[in-house]
Structure formats: structure tokens, C-alpha cells
Design a protein around this ligand. Structure first.
Ligand code: URA
Length: 213
């Protein structure tokens, strides 16, 4: 029998002791929350993979779907819909019927980290899932939302972190098939301070759409 390919997700992963303990605590306080590793959303056959940072406490960690239920997803899903990557402009819950089209969303870290800050070790520990996901998917474009996602993608591809510099709007060749596009993260902080404006985000997705045809 050939060896099993590496897992792209484990619903019961407890590899990071700090994150597992934090989730246990969150589960006692919010018994209605998902409060477990959050799986990627969207088809594995998609040509576009979007990589975020990690579930937000009252967003993905509550609903079980990336960027769903908190402010970080507002601009993301609205923009995905405008460019034909989502069936609706708003993602409200994991069972709202929204579908992603030729697009998949995942996170560099699958579990909710305290203060939204995973440690370097946690990012490394979770990186095997991202690497396996990229291998299984072979996306044409990977969109990194923020520098942590950018670095996690380089690590997953076995590239030195110093080899490709993160900058909003930058495009990099990861290999013959895959292009990496960088964006500032669509967090509440970045959108409210206008570090990332809707126009900047739309312009990036227009470019991605033109790459994919
Ligand atoms: N929600 C996610 O799923 N990922 C992020 O990076 C932020 C919010």
C-alpha cells in the first residue's frame, strides 16, 4: 500500500498545547461556539487559494467558517462576490448557503490564538496542514492576507523566508504553476485606518481575476 498523503486538516488536532488549552477554556465560556480547529472553506479544485492568519474569537472560532461572523470578513466576502468568487456578498454562518466559486479560504493557523497572535512555534506546527493543502490543491494563485500568511506560504513551499519580500500588491513566482499575490490583511484595524481601502482590495482581485481568466 502506498503511504497516506499528509492530512490537510485534523478536526481534533491538539498539537499546540497553549492553543488546545485556550480552546478548552473558550468552550466552557461559549458553549455555542465552534471552538475547535476551523477547516478551510471552498472547493479543493479551486484555482485561487486565500490564506488568512487564524480564526477570530467571535468570527471563525464561533461559526466554524473562515472570516465569518466578525468584521474581518465583511470586505473579503463583498469583494469575492463582486469578482465572481462567491455566490453572495455576505457570509453570516457556516450554513447560510453561500458558496465559493473557484476559490478556497484557509488560515495559516487553524485554531484561535490568544490575542490573535500565534507564536512562531504554533505557526510552524500548523504549517504541515497548509503545505499538504497547497500540494493537494495546486492553486494557480495564492493570495496572502498579511505578512504572517505570506511567510507561512513560503515555509509551506520550502522557500527561505528572506527569498520573497512581503509588500501589498507584490506578486511573486512560487513555482512554474503558482503565483503568490500579497495583500494587507483585511482586518478591522487595517480597513478602519484605511491602510487597506476597498479600492485597493478590489484592484487586487481584478488583477487576480485577469490572471485566472
Ligand atoms: N478570520 C479568519 O478566519 N482569519 C483571519 O485571518 C481573520 C479572521
Amino acid at each position: 500500500m502506498p503511504p497516506e498523503p499528509p492530512a490537510i486538516f485534523a478536526a481534533d488536532c491538539r498539537a499546540c498545547p497553549r492553543l488546545a488549552a485556550f480552546l478548552e477554556d473558550v468552550r466552557t465560556k461559549h458553549s455555542d461556539y465552534h471552538a475547535a480547529p476551523v477547516p478551510a472553506f471552498g472547493p479543493l479544485t479551486a484555482r485561487l487559494l486565500i490564506v488568512g492568519l487564524a480564526p477570530g474569537m467571535h468570527g471563525a472560532n464561533a461559526t466554524g467558517r473562515p472570516f465569518t461572523g466578525d468584521y474581518a470578513g465583511v470586505l473579503l466576502y463583498e469583494t469575492l462576490h463582486a469578482h465572481g468568487f462567491a455566490s453572495a456578498p455576505e457570509s453570516t454562518s457556516a450554513d447560510d448557503g453561500l458558496e465559493l466559486i473557484d476559490c478556497r479560504i484557509t488560515n495559516a493557523v487553524k485554531c484561535l490564538p490568544p490575542q490573535n497572535k500565534p507564536t512562531t512555534e504554533e505557526i510552524r506546527t500548523c504549517n504541515g496542514f497548509l503545505a499538504a493543502e497547497i500540494t493537494a490543491m495546486q492553486p494557480q494563485v495564492i493570495l496572502a492576507l498579511g505578512k504572517i500568511a505570506h511567510d507561512a506560504i513560503l515555509r509551506a513551499k520550502g522557500l527561505p523566508l528572506s527569498s520573497l519580500r512581503f509588500a501589498h500588491g507584490a506578486e511573486h513566482t512560487l513555482d512554474a504553476e503558482t503565483r503568490l499575490v500579497d495583500s494587507y490583511h483585511c482586518s478591522r484595524y487595517n480597513t478602519q485606518t484605511r491602510r487597506l481601502t476597498p479600492k485597493m482590495f478590489h484592484d487586487l482581485f481584478a488583477r487576480i481575476r485577469s490572471h485566472l481568466g
